[in-house]
Design a protein around this ligand. Structure first.
Ligand code: GLA
Length: 374
């Protein structure tokens, strides 16, 4: 990465993520099973040369973003700089005052593809600042606490009402393992999974579908879930069982709740299958069932995602689903490793047939979480 003319105090990194299964469950106290990508955001940090803090990005700007770490508050910084300023704000208001710094960002996590490029930036900045403020990742400010801080930046400063999955995947990711997270207890279990051990590959296809109405739709789904839990008199949909669903009077809310209830069960099923050492091909139909539920009950897919999933299945994938919040972004497909090229080609062919822009496919596998690189 380039420099701004002097040596940084250090360089820190945090990855994007792919969620294998457990979608729209994290804000319902439910289960998720993401993994950290081998694509990362990097941040180099040095004490400020001037009076305030300055953030340069190799992907965004110029101009750089400037703010005062001592006073920055929600509303002061918008756009990409808010992911950085928000972490400074979250740390400071959490009792960890942040010195004025010069930061340089770089990232190879695709932006706007539903792979949590923003959480990667937040988490890289959070681990850098935790160390620079004298509270590195220790018992005092452990990985989960840092993930919570980064989520607070996203919720309270950026203004996106997201759950904690992306930040937890970035902080707790591990090579060769999925991050099984219970978002109620925040318990993390690393579930070993290396597709190559089984002659398999996880193919991620970025549909490059234009994101529309994403923010409002996400908030609307959350509101439906909260209302459905209220209908049932339970704290969260995590506490609902399939037999309860008939007691939700509104049909749309009932469908939303059905997705969450069945999705939690699917995550537990996948974890049990992988823990048992069964052939992971067995999880394929569960992944596909998740996509169907997100399409029919949760209504967060778009034609690009559905066409991509259908094309991978027709080309021999064991299972496939959208990954992330939906309304565009990526799918993930479980394929026999030798078939990865032909499955990717099948999606590209289907996109041409539908008049969609060409998709971008790549292999993904569980990679390490956030930390210092030098
Ligand atoms: C986005 C949010 C996550 C999660 C997913 C859906 O990625 O940031 O918290 O809710 O959508 O599973």
């Amino acid at each position: 990465m380039c420099t701004v003319g002097r040596e940084p105090a250090g360089v820190w990194a945090a990855p994007g993520r792919v969620n294998l299964i457990g979608e729209h469950t994290d804000y319902n106290d439910g289960y998720v099973l993401p993994f950290a990508l081998d694509r990362r955001a990097l941040v180099a940090a040095a004490p400020a040369a001037g009076g305030g803090s300055t953030v340069h990005s190799l992907q965004q700007g110029p101009p750089p973003v400037r703010f005062s770490a001592a006073t920055v508050s929600p509303g002061d910084v918008s756009g990409w700089g808010a992911y950085v300023a928000g972490v400074v704000w979250a740390l400071r208001t959490g009792g960890h005052p942040v010195p004025e710094l010069d930061l340089l960002l770089d990232s190879d996590v695709p932006i706007g593809a539903g792979l949590s490029s923003s959480a990667a930036v937040e988490c890289a900045v959070a681990v850098a600042l935790a160390e620079l403020t004298g509270t590195p990742m220790t018992a005092e400010l452990d990985r989960t606490a840092i993930a919570r801080l980064a989520q607070r930046a996203e919720n309270g400063f950026v203004g996106a009402p997201t759950g904690v999955m992306d930040q937890m995947a970035a902080l707790h990711g591990r090579a060769g393992a999925l991050v099984f997270l219970d978002t109620r207890t925040m318990a993390v279990e690393h579930v070993p999974f290396d597709p190559a051990d089984h002659g398999l590959a996880l193919l991620v296809v970025d549909t490059r579908a234009p994101h529309t109405l994403v923010d409002g739709q996400y908030a609307a789904r959350r509101a439906d879930c909260t209302a459905a839990a209220g209908d049932l008199g339970v704290p969260a949909l995590r506490d609902a069982a399939p037999a309860d669903l008939d007691r939700i009077p509104d049909p749309r809310r009932r469908r939303r709740a059905r997705h969450v209830v069945t999705e939690n069960a699917r995550v537990l099923h996948v974890v049990a299958t992988l823990r048992a050492g069964t052939d992971p091909r067995a999880i394929g139909p569960v992944l596909t069932a998740s996509h169907t539920s997100l399409r029919v009950d949760f209504e967060v897919t778009v034609p690009h995602l559905d066409v991509a999933v259908d094309a991978t299945l027709a080309a021999g994938a064991h299972g496939a689903r959208m990954t992330g919040g939906g309304f565009g972004g990526c799918i993930v497909a479980l394929v026999d490793a030798p078939d990865a090229g032909s499955v990717a080609a099948a999606v590209a062919g289907a996109f041409t047939g539908h008049g969609f822009a060409p998709p971008q496919a790549f292999h993904a596998g569980p990679a390490p979480g956030a930390g210092r690189c030098r």
